[in-house]
Write a protein that binds this ligand. Sequence first.
Ligand SMILES: Nc1ncnc2c1ncn2[C@@H]1O[C@H](COP(=O)(O)OP(=O)(O)OP(=O)(O)O)[C@@H](O)[C@H]1O
Ligand SMILES: [Mg+2]
Length: 358
Amino acid sequence: MLIQSGIDFNIPFAVLDPDAHAPCSSLVEFHHGKLTDFDAVMKFGSQCDIITIEIEIVNTAALKALAKEGKKVYPQPEIIELIQDKRTQKIFYRDYNIPTADFILVENAADVRKQKDFLPAVNKLGREGYDGRGVQVIRTSSDLNKAFDAPGLLEKLIDFDKEISVIVARNAQGEVKSFPPVEMVFHPEQNLVEYLFAPARLSKGLAAEADRIARKIIHELDMVGLLAVEMFVTKDSKVLVNEIAPRPHNSGHQTIEANVTSQYEQHLRSILGLPLGDTDIILPSAMVNLLGEPGHTGPAVYKGFEDVVKIPGVHVHLYGKQFTKPFRKMGHVTIVDPDMDALKRKADFVKDTLKVVS
Ligand SMILES: Nc1ncnc2c1ncn2[C@@H]1O[C@H](COP(=O)(O)OP(=O)(O)OP(=O)(O)O)[C@@H](O)[C@H]1O
Ligand SMILES: [Mg+2]
């Protein structure tokens, strides 16, 4: 999707990806290699003018060396490094007075088991957890045996009213623009965004508070690029930061159809040092992640495609992945409609109708 935006600006891309059949491999100059491998990243980056990322798990030592050689690396490697570990993220929020759930750092499962008085809590892996895979709810002491035996943190379980996200961008000149908050609805078992509504149904005051926090974070980080800020709105109307991601984000897919500028174009504008684009909403939208159907592993088949694309306002994005497996992200669908109830109805229809099977 970033490449699709870049084509509009005549930008030639090269991509490094560990999957030899990555969906973009036939579209761009493609390099097959591990993002965590110092030499692979150095070799790849040394032929680029500007280097950016779409996943944080990348060799930051190589990115730092490339930046030293004079390459533009955005987001800056030090920021990627800070974000790679949920512990350093939380310490950053605490140091900069950014509201977040109370937490305790832990080294291993034994450390977690000592914290009976801190429950109910959420145990998170410091590094390399994503899509909910490094997150475990520890509600009572009988759940303590589930604790991760690795460095991480224990965070107060937040009884939230909503989960929201604000995507904010900053260019090298220091210009900052943010998208209006969106609201995420999570899959109860998988901890994955099931669908999302934009704009979030929030009071003006809460929307302004979420926006203020997102801007403060990108400003304090001195970051160039696009930053997604995931937040909780608590039942007593407080906004708390959950985590941040320094790249185009799942909670911004709908901006392709629903906003004047998409998150992808905004990311490019920010790292190219261009004026940032207008983030206004054109129409309210819903976004549904298209996940591999449970029980199906193998070459992907898309059931119900024609039934959903005939509905006004429905836009299907398939990611070109050859193989499906349970809950793999295979694409997403954006629905635009001026009426919020119609959006919800159409989103439910899309979820029930479009299936990725094998
Ligand atoms: N302190 C908390 N209190 C209540 N729920 C939480 C808390 N922390 C996380 N969660 C729930 O778990 C989900 C996943 O947590 P988090 O975003 O930290 O993990 P992740 O694996 O990085 O997720 P993803 O890659 O899906 O964004 C959150 O979106 C939220 O629904
Ligand atoms: Mg998250």
